[in-house]
Design a protein around this ligand. Structure first.
Ligand code: 2IT
Length: 448
């Protein structure tokens, strides 16, 4: 091959051959390539420099053993990774997740998505992702702390404020970032901004925990406005009950929405009257204490729907905030049948390609995670600036910039995503805007 092929089939054959068995990665690449290939075909310089092929080959992947001792004295062995995908527009940046489902394929898909997301924020942030196949469920605090410390005994040599700046993701919250940063600081004997999502007392940016969920709702407000709609009085279906889901719920309620669901992997909490801020706070503290959200059905006057998802319930706005591929074809069909106005992603790649197809055919407004959930990494970028300046954080400043960032991302989606019938193709808009920024930097560097 001498230049990027024009057809999706040829490009995906090449990708699949090079990355056998990595289905999540194929899925993320295919979604981007479908929009970017026609754009590349109109710009020979991108095709000849083979920018898209270079973006699908990470700069490097670090894989390492994490040994640690459980409370019962048994020795445990896990695998950790850091995928450093691209530092074309800034140091590698992206979260760490600890779940048994983590694999090289999952982390490559997440790092690839992160490249486009970070480009869309307008900040100088490259792309990375990492984590481990470690399941913290049922583990004591002491075990999770020892795991974090062992994980960092390897990771520390690969990160730094100008190199690679990890943050949290699934099962890696402020508590784990504290343990990871404590280990980093001790091993390196330096205090710097090598991690974001830190606690407020040691360099964390104000609003970082809330940023992804709040940002999702700021973007949702822009998308609704573009349709001549608004959040006020609308029913909102949210999946998940973690950091993104609960903060999205809070902001949706603040904007007048009625949030009627949250969910876990084994069912859905349905609160027809709508959750209050106090109840969302209780969800957070109940989970932090190791509890399950189903225990809250009775005290809230809500219903626990075992093994169900939120998507078959009538709602105007659907916000999948749990994990990849959580919304499938039948789920999307149920939403469409119930007249959903907008689907906006809080999680990374929560819709399967078939679910996206249902929304496309029904002409339902749909906004992808790389645009809608970028508020988290954007505030991480602000934390990096705050740390580099050795200054304190300013809550009002961060809050205003988060809102401005989400409005700007929505605008960037419009530049390449407006259709002839005036509806907006957010997936196309986000993919092309992100690609252009990365591609122009890569062209400037020559062949490296
Ligand atoms: O998916 C994501 O954007 C994140 N987990 C946040 C990454 C970050 O570096 O704040």
């Amino acid at each position: 091959m001498t230049a990027t092929p024009k057809t999706l089939e040829a490009f995906m054959n090449w990708t699949r051959e090079r990355n056998p068995g990595q289905e999540e990665f194929h899925q993320a690449v295919e979604e981007v390539a479908a929009h970017v290939l026609p754009f590349i075909a109109e710009h020979r310089e991108y095709a000849e420099a083979r920018i898209l092929e270079r973006l699908t080959e990470p700069d490097r992947i670090i894989s390492f053993r994490v040994s640690w001792m459980a409370d019962d004295g048994t020795v445990q062995v896990n695998r950790g990774w850091r995928v450093q995908l691209s530092n074309a527009i800034g140091p590698y940046k992206g979260g760490l997740r600890f779940t048994p489902g983590v694999s090289e394929s999952v982390l490559k898909f997440l790092a690839f998505e992160q490249a486009f997301k970070n480009a869309l924020t307008g900040l100088p942030l490259g792309a990375g992702k990492g984590g481990a196949d470690f399941d913290p469920r049922g583990r004591s605090d002491a075990e999770i702390m020892r795991f974090c410390q062992s994980f960092m005994t390897e990771l520390h040599r690969h990160i730094g404020p100008e190199i690679d700046i990890p943050a949290g993701d699934i099962n890696v919250g402020p508590r784990e970032i504290g343990w990871l940063f404590g280990a980093y600081k001790r091993i390196e004997n330096r205090f710097d901004g090598a991690l974001t999502g830190k606690g407020a007392s040691f360099g964390g940016a104000p609003l970082r925990p809330e940023a992804t969920g709040y940002g999702l709702i700021y973007f949702t407000a822009c998308a609704l406005e573009a349709m001549g709609e608004g959040m006020d009085g609308r029913s909102v279906l949210i999946s998940g009950a973690g950091n993104v889901a609960t903060h999205a719920a809070d902001e949706a309620i603040r904007q007048g929405g009625k949030v009627i669901t949250l969910s876990a992997h084994d069912g859905c909490l349905h609160h027809a009257a709508g959750f209050s801020h106090e109840q969302i706070n209780e969800v957070r503290s109940h989970k932090a204490g190791g509890g399950h959200i189903k225990d809250l059905a009775r005290p809230f006057g809500a219903k626990w729907r075992a093994d169900a998802k939120p998507w078959d319930l009538p709602g105007h706005i659907a916000l999948p905030c749990a994990t990849q591929n959580e919304m499938q074809e039948a789920d999307a069909q149920a939403l469409v049948d119930n007249g959903v106005l907008l689907v906006a992603e809080g999680a990374n790649m929560p819709l399967t390609p078939d679910a996206m197809g249902v929304l496309r055919r029904a002409r339902t407004a749909y906004a992808p995670g790389k645009a809608t959930n970028a508020g988290g990494v954007a505030v991480s970028g602000m934390e990096m600036s705050q740390n580099a300046m050795h200054g304190p954080g300013d809550r009002e400043h961060v809050c205003r910039r988060l809102n401005e960032t989400m409005v700007a991302i929505h605008q960037r989606c419009l530049e390449h995503g407006r259709r002839k019938d005036n509806r907006i193709d957010y997936v196309k808009g986000a993919n092309i805007a992100g690609f252009r920024k990365l591609a122009d930097a890569m062209l400037a560097y020559g062949v490296v």
